[in-house]
Design a protein around this ligand. Structure first.
Ligand SMILES: *[C@@H]1O[C@H](CO)[C@@H](O)[C@H](O)[C@H]1NC(C)=O
Ligand SMILES: *[C@@H]1O[C@H](CO)[C@@H](O)[C@H](O)[C@H]1NC(C)=O
Ligand SMILES: *[C@@H]1O[C@H](CO)[C@@H](O)[C@H](O)[C@H]1NC(C)=O
Ligand SMILES: *[C@@H]1O[C@H](CO)[C@@H](O)[C@H](O)[C@H]1NC(C)=O
Ligand SMILES: *[C@@H]1O[C@H](CO)[C@@H](O)[C@H](O)[C@H]1NC(C)=O
Ligand SMILES: *[C@@H]1O[C@H](CO)[C@@H](O)[C@H](O)[C@H]1NC(C)=O
Ligand SMILES: *[C@@H]1O[C@H](CO)[C@@H](O)[C@H](O)[C@H]1NC(C)=O
Ligand SMILES: [Zn+2]
Ligand SMILES: [Zn+2]
Length: 584
């Protein structure tokens, strides 16, 4: 009795839950899924996403998959229409998958479909903004994880996603003809039909090359959107005659059962080595790539030809005084554990801060900003090189430090699309002996300063010691020393600064930045300055990826190069660039 009541209760809960959300025409359409009880739909690693190939990097660990019983015609048990999709259930523990960079063995549970209308496409993931007609999801669960814990593990489920392309081919694919012929029998919600064991999973997938795929960490695309999915999206679509695809909306009377794409929020998308990453998405600071600065504006989604671009030359004769530019409030700039890691981004060296710890407000900013990272711009290997991005009365400084902050109330994706969504604090860096004549002619500045104050050299020494650990582009190491941002800034004057509205200084150059450029520079000993050494003989042969002469990043300590620059490194094509910023 108790058991029966429990069963009934569970069924009711399931029904209420599944009727509680939808894609269109009900109270809980996708943007309101966040309000469903127990929902994870508002968290920050959600699916689906747009696969933007310009930011995809190749991962050599994404080896070939092994599929077990994908060609067996005994595995597909039944087909059902559950009100949200058409789903085929797989016999328990028959079909399996491993390899493909997955962390273990996964057992296939079911596959289902997402579609649009008879005329409009409806894949969930998009590919460089292109939506395919349909998408098939093969849902698998990790075999060594108890069922009750699957949704608590970020890799508890692995979903294999296939785009489905509509063809006009008069030769209709037999397996799809068979599968779709069942749709007429399952038009009632939760009706279920046994399959006659005529089709295998492999029959449906057809000729897709399994060695070409994309990988990222995400979520279920239906409530409760649990972030428990290792996603695989195969590069090649399954080709199916369009008349067969139209049967899905026609027979079920359900259309557009796809969730809109979700922000990446800093996640990485990787690709298996065989996946072709299109050329023409490479940018660099010199002319060694497809997109030197003069062509950044032609990059997809680029804002680099906008009216309010950065950096600029600050002409002190035309600077106006603004009495609303008050003192800043720097929160946790003195925290010695704030720097989480340091990474070689290929274009810069970046220190990533602990999430939601460091903040900036005041200083005429209209919002509270959380500090995400700081990074550097510098010149070449020559001793007297200069490489700041901004200049003051045409004077370029040896280095420039950028502290990047995001409006605290916005996601990063939203912030880069919002004017003043980002606030960047720029500090020039120069050795103690250089003169500061350019500064002293600033009319807005009342208190003329005499000599530059010293920053704490120990902090800079500690920071630069990490550079040898991130020689390889894309490498990232944990920051274990205790230094704060204040330690690096020293007692530089933070009251005198220039303000203007500008952009990110790297593609896509979004005009979302309120810039603060401090007048006084941070002093760092000459031998601790960053240096770039560009190697000749670099391989830029149009290969997708492989060993090539990296643009090695070197730094010079006490007149000596501390580590070998002549390294043959493994370089991801996207990052195989020169780091010299002198082109600016
Ligand atoms: C493959 O399927 C057959 C039956 O169709 C089953 O006996 C066998 O155990 C399956 N293999 C694996 C590895 O699950
Ligand atoms: C999708 O199908 C169309 C023809 O219907 C074809 O032109 C296109 O190349 C196909 N796309 C892919 C990626 O296979
Ligand atoms: C259709 O398929 C048959 C058998 O597979 C083949 O002989 C024929 O050439 C195909 N026709 C077209 C137009 O592809
Ligand atoms: C599907 O429905 C048709 C007619 O409604 C019926 O003849 C056929 O046997 C059904 N097929 C299955 C597999 O249930
Ligand atoms: C599927 O297989 C059964 C026997 O297993 C057969 O009777 C039926 O005709 C087949 N259906 C199709 C569409 O091939
Ligand atoms: C991976 O699969 C592709 C295509 O199926 C094949 O060409 C390649 O040799 C395979 N690689 C390995 C290491 O087995
Ligand atoms: C750089 O990459 C090479 C080749 O992958 C590797 O052997 C080496 O250990 C890496 N060095 C560092 C400092 O990560
Ligand atoms: Zn799905
Ligand atoms: Zn910068």
């Amino acid at each position: 009795m108790y058991f029966l009541r429990l069963m009934l209760w569970l069924t009711l809960v399931a029904l209420v839950k599944s009727n509680d959300w939808c894609y269109t025409d009900c109270n809980h359409t996708p943007e309101l899924w966040v309000h469903l009880e127990g929902s994870h739909c508002g968290e920050d690693h959600q699916s689906p996403i747009d696969i933007v190939t310009s930011i995809v990097t190749t991962d050599p660990n994404l080896n070939n998959f092994t599929f077990v019983n994908f060609s067996s015609r005994q595995t597909i048990k039944s087909i059902t229409y559950n009100g949200h999709s058409v789903q085929c259930d797989i016999e328990e523990n028959e079909a399996e998958v491993w390899g493909g960079g997955l962390s273990g063995q996964y057992s296939v549970k079911q596959f289902h479909f997402h579609w649009g209308t008879e005329t409009l496409p409806g894949s969930e993931h998009t590919f460089n903004d292109h939506r395919y007609p349909m998408e098939m999801h093969i849902v698998t669960a990790k075999t060594d994880v108890p069922e009750s814990e699957i949704l608590d593990k970020e890799d508890g489920l692995a979903v294999l996603g296939f785009f489905i392309n509509a063809t006009e081919d008069i030769n209709m694919s037999e397996p799809w003809l068979m599968l779709t012929s069942y749709l007429a029998n399952i038009t009632d919600v939760n009706s279920k039909v046994e399959l006659n064991h005529n089709i295998s999973i492999g029959d449906l997938i057809g000729q897709v090359d399994f060695s070409k795929f994309y990988r990222y960490m995400g979520s279920l695309t239906t409530p409760d959107c649990n972030q428990a999915v290792v996603w695989t999206l195969f590069h090649e679509p399954i080709q199916v005659h369009k008349g067969l695809l139209q049967r899905f909306p026609k027979e079920t009377k359900l259309s557009n059962n796809y969730r809109p794409v979700q922000p990446l929020n800093g996640r990485h998308i990787t690709a298996s080595p065989a996946t072709p990453l299109p050329p023409g998405h490479l940018w660099c600071y010199d002319d060694q790539c497809d997109f030197p600065p003069s062509l950044w504006s032609e990059l997809p989604h680029s804002h680099c030809s906008g009216e309010n671009q950065s950096p600029i030359d600050i002409d002190t004769q035309s600077v106006l005084e603004d009495k609303y530019l008050s003192s800043f409030k720097f929160t946790h700039f003195d925290n010695k554990r704030a720097i989480k890691s340091i990474t070689n981004k290929g274009h810069t060296v970046e220190c990533i801060l602990e999430h939601d710890l460091v903040e900036v407000s005041g200083g005429g900013l209209e919002h509270v900003y959380s500090t995400l990272q700081f990074h550097f711009h510098w010149g070449t290997e020559s001793t007297n090189s200069v490489g700041s991005e901004h200049t003051v009365d045409s004077k370029r400084y040896p280095m420039e430090l950028h502290i990047v902050n995001k409006r605290k109330d916005l996601t990063l994706d939203k912030a880069v699309q919002t004017p003043h969504g980002l606030a960047v604090l720029g500090f020039f860096i120069e050795p103690p002996q250089s003169t500061k004549s350019a500064y002293n002619s600033v009319p807005a500045e009342t208190a003329a300063h005499t000599s530059s104050p010293a920053s704490k050299m120990d902090a800079w020494k500690t920071l630069t010691l990490y550079l040898s650990a991130i020689r390889n582009i894309s490498s990232e190491v944990e920051f274990t020393d205790e230094i704060s941002i204040d330690d690096l800034l020293g007692n530089v004057n933070r009251e005198s600064y220039f303000r203007y509205s500008g952009s990110l200084t790297t593609p896509m150059c979004n005009e979302a930045v309120v810039w603060t450029v401090f007048k006084e520079s941070v002093t760092v000993d000459h031998h601790l300055m960053f240096r770039t050494v560009v190697l000749v003989g670099g391989g830029w042969g149009g290969i997708a990826q492989g060993p090539c002469f990296a643009v090695a990043m070197c730094y010079v300590v006490e007149g000596r190069v501390q580590w070998g620059c002549l390294e043959l490194g493994w370089v991801w094509r996207l990052h195989c660039v020169d780091m010299s910023s002198s082109a600016f």
